[in-house]
Design a protein around this ligand. Sequence first.
Ligand SMILES: Nc1ncnc2c1ncn2[C@@H]1O[C@H](COP(=O)(O)OP(=O)(O)OP(=O)(O)O)[C@@H](O)[C@H]1O
Ligand SMILES: [Mg+2]
Length: 273
Amino acid sequence: MKAIEVENLSYSYPDGTPALDGVTFSVLKGESIALLGPNGAGKSTLLLHLNGLLRGSGLVRIMDREIEEHSLGWIRSQVGVVFQDPDDQLFMPTLKEDVAFGPRNMGLSEAEVQKRVRWALESVGLLNLSERSPHHLSFGQRKKASLATVLSMRPMVLVLDEPTSNLDPRSKTEMIRLIRKLQAEGTTLVTATHDVNTVPLLADRILLLNRKLVSNGEAREILQRRELLRELGLEMPLFADLFLELRAEGCYSGPTPFTKEEAKAAIRNYFKK
Ligand SMILES: Nc1ncnc2c1ncn2[C@@H]1O[C@H](COP(=O)(O)OP(=O)(O)OP(=O)(O)O)[C@@H](O)[C@H]1O
Ligand SMILES: [Mg+2]
């Protein structure tokens, strides 16, 4: 089943800045895809269309329901968008009230609200800060807090805008693990990023965006296209870059590694020979 369908979506901001031009793609239920593109490519703009916060020309459907004025309430209960800037998402006096806000609005019982607050804060590792004011948290902590405010609504489709930016290495690894865990539980995920090294870990497919949809395909295939990435001001993931150069020099003939484990296996094989 298609969780998201976008057809010929175009959008210009009120001041006339063009941001999206004829974008068409779909995402299956339970898929995790990455939206990759340089600064200003329209990633955030596209994400804001997925729950109707922005309305361009063209069609957006969530689980076969078109985004229209009368479906907005339902759409927002299905699609949770975590903004690029956490300060756009946090507004209550304490973190736990911020995380409770969504589920309370959904009319859930207080017991269920508290259960979800606990689970969401635990999932992002902030349970011990639940009494703090969100505005007294560090940027990385606010990034995680803004995810918790959306997680607590347990949306079917989770849209993340640069979720790993400003996170320390351990937090980044935990974020990737959380994304994959939610996917395994059936959540559909769309993650905007320009972190090419993280993409293969968190997504199977890439939408390469530069106002238009430049490419749509398997993550590992697109991340080996050096020229295409360079044209967009992006680069190849470190391990893939290294091993493709070695391959061009005739020193390597195996599959392209994308993770440290894969690179290690490739090097181990070489020494065995
Ligand atoms: N509120 C706005 N008013 C006018 N133009 C805007 C507005 N927000 C964004 N833009 C413009 O729209 C284009 C797309 O911006 P967008 O924020 O979607 O890019 P992005 O791919 O998310 O970039 P980044 O990687 O920096 O987050 C850019 O040219 C940007 O300057
Ligand atoms: Mg953005």
